[in-house]
Design a binder for this molecule. Structure first.
Ligand code: ISE
Length: 348
């Protein structure tokens, strides 16, 4: 395809608006042509801003019905940044209309619906679905995986992951969202780095921070057992008050490697003075848009390039399915406090 890929974005909240801005301005070979959001005024405001801007790619249509945006001949490919519960119907529409889709994580909110999408994509005979696990495009994580697969540090035995946010994104935040929306990144990262499935998950809840809403179990400590016997420990703390911190250290037989750490100095963090981003021997990023800006650039560019070639790169629907099944087992473990065995469909 020589003409630019005409992209529509469904859901223009925080992440969707960020993707839309990139597509309008920063991604080669793509043009933003349409946006959709239940909040039509928000979609109109964004479309007006990105379409009218000198740096923008021309006019951006507002299509209130997301399925209509996916179906229209004026759109070649779609970014889905709608809530997880809307993904099954929207991804299915993409598969049925042969539209390449970059679906933000999670692929869906339960294993059965994710499995239906994996099957529908297979039955369609054409790879179309990429899941937005952007860490797979972060240069540090890519380097870490390359180091592990090179064999230079031997067999990986353990990993420790930390995932902190400044504050929970919504007033009606619930404990299970930490597993489904935040920990799901650590689940995918563990599968990506180890090249293996997660076979068991246990979610442990220390006494919660007094700064998070009543009833929310935050932070959470999560133990993942990998198929080859490795163990991955994870801390997820969405109300950390300090800023956005995502780190991972892998311990192997002949060495270890860490990503997302400041270089040298004391590793301490402190809350910002007015509830803003805190400090860590320097400033901490406020959120994922800042920390993973480069990863999002590379992810979107790779998605556009692959879509124009008729291919899919990064996390596939099968990866999205596996992460959803592990997260669902994690929600069960959150309720019981006990380890839960992960059961993946061997046919998928
Ligand atoms: C959010 O949806 C993301 O995907 C962010 O990367 C994560 O840090 C945050 O906890 C989630 O709510």
């Amino acid at each position: 395809m020589s003409a630019p890929l005409r992209v529509g974005v469904v859901g223009v909240g925080v992440m969707g608006a960020d993707h839309a801005r990139r597509l309008a301005r920063g991604v080669a070979g793509a043009t933003l042509v349409a946006v959709s959001d239940p909040d039509v005024a928000r979609a109109q405001e964004l479309a007006g801003r990105l379409g009218a801007d000198d740096l923008g790619s021309g006019s951006v249509a507002v299509v209130p019905d997301p399925l209509e945006l996916i179906r229209t001949d004026a759109v070649d490919a779609v970014v889905l940044a709608s809530p997880g519960h809307a993904h099954e119907e929207q991804v299915r529409e993409c598969i049925e209309t042969g539209t390449p889709v970059l679906c933000e994580k999670p692929l869906t909110t339960d294993g059965a619906s994710s499995a239906r999408l994996v099957r529908a994509e297979r039955d369609g005979g054409r790879p179309l679905v990429q899941v937005g696990f952007m860490r797979r495009f972060d240069p540090e994580y890519v380097q870490l995986r390359d180091l592990l697969t090179s064999g230079r540090v031997g067999r990986p035995l353990l990993a420790h992951q930390v995932h902190r946010n400044l504050a929970a994104p919504r007033a009606d935040f619930r404990s299970e969202m930490i597993v489904r929306d935040s920990l799901v990144h650590e689940i995918d990262t563990a599968r990506y780095l180890f090249g293996e499935e997660v076979v068991e998950i246990q979610v442990i809840t220390p006494s919660p921070s007094s700064l998070v809403p009543d009833g929310v179990a935050d932070p959470q400590v999560v133990v993942l057992r990998m198929a080859g016997g490795a163990v991955v420990t994870n801390e997820v703390f969405v109300g950390s008050s300090t800023g956005y911190e995502v780190r991972c250290e892998v311990v192997a037989e002949r060495g270890s490697a860490a990503v997302g750490r400041p270089s040298g100095g004391i590793c301490s963090t402190a809350a910002g003075p007015h509830g803003g981003a805190g400090s860590w021997g320097g400033a901490l990023p406020v959120d994922y848009r800042e920390r993973f800006a480069r990863a999002y650039d590379l992810e979107l560019q790779a998605w556009v390039d692959a879509s124009r070639r008729g291919e899919v790169v990064g996390a596939r629907s099968r990866d999205g399915y596996a992460a959803t099944v592990v997260a669902t087992a994690g929600v069960a473990s959150l309720a019981s406090g006990r380890p839960v065995v992960v059961e993946l469909d061997p046919e998928l």
